[in-house]
Design a protein around this ligand. Structure first.
Ligand code: ADP
Ligand code: 5GP
Length: 203
């Protein structure tokens, strides 16, 4: 019996609402674990070390990379972002399902390392609303918003490489869809090989 937890990777352009949808999802389904990433970007107002991110210097970040302590990492708009390996490994080992909210280059590394993971991409209803949400959040200056929207086009072009695509039109609806696709992924044949082996062992 395979009782390891499932690894779930959530990507989508900056401002699409990943954090907002994930928060609603975790509130409704607190049995899921979300990994806290490490980053070299400066904390936004209200963000706390060890809660939103582990805020590292470049030296601290690359020290962890060189020790083999990152499951994946990538540079996004000039800052490093990475998933510390230990928390994810230990939670999966305990049978807990773990969600990573990461950008597309890091997600590709996870696909290479963990092909059984479930890959989900969140898209906006349209590009205009993405720009409005990013501006409305008020956390980036105009120059950073232009860069994030340029990155968003490249990221959206990779959405079809994911297993599932979810539209974030309304937060609650998107959080419900997230649960639906995760539950469907449990029954994907790539995650059920052990069941076939079990049935066949008495054949
Ligand atoms: P991300 O984590 O993808 O960068 P956020 O979760 O920070 O995005 O959301 C960006 C902004 O969009 C926030 O101000 C959030 O309140 C808003 N937002 C998120 N989802 C929706 C939605 N379905 N409709 C309207 N606004 C939304
Ligand atoms: P933000 O600066 O808005 O918090 O995040 C910028 C981008 O980095 C988002 O697309 C977010 O999903 C991504 N990101 C956050 N944590 C990680 C991580 O650990 N690894 C990777 N590859 N991307 C991450």
């Amino acid at each position: 019996m395979d009782d390891r937890g499932m690894l779930i990777v959530l990507s989508g352009p900056s401002g699409v609402g990943k954090g907002t949808v994930l928060k609603a999802f975790l509130k409704a389904h607190p049995q899921f674990r979300s990994s806290i990433s490490a980053t070299t970007r400066a904390p936004r107002e209200g963000e706390r070390n060890g809660v939103n991110y582990y805020f590292y210097s470049q030296e601290e970040f690359y020290q962890l990379v060189s020790e083999g302590g990152m499951l994946e990492y990538a540079i996004y708009n000039g800052n490093c972002y990475g998933t510390p390996k230990r928390f994810v490994e230990e939670a999966l080992q305990r049978g807990e399902d773990v969600i990573l909210e990461i950008e597309v280059k890091g997600a590709a590394q996870v696909r290479a390392a963990c092909p059984d993971a479930c890959f989900i991409f969140i898209i906006p209803p349209d590009f205009h609303q993405l720009a409005e949400r990013l501006r409305g959040r008020g956390t980036e200056d105009a120059e950073a918003i232009v860069k994030r929207l340029a990155a968003a086009k490249d990221e959206l072009l990779r959405a079809s490489q994911y297993d599932y695509i979810i539209v974030n039109d309304r937060v609650e609806a998107a959080a419900d869809r997230l649960y639906t696709v995760i539950e469907a992924a449990r029954y994907a044949s790539k995650n059920q090989k052990h069941l076939i082996d079990e049935v066949l062992k008495d054949a």
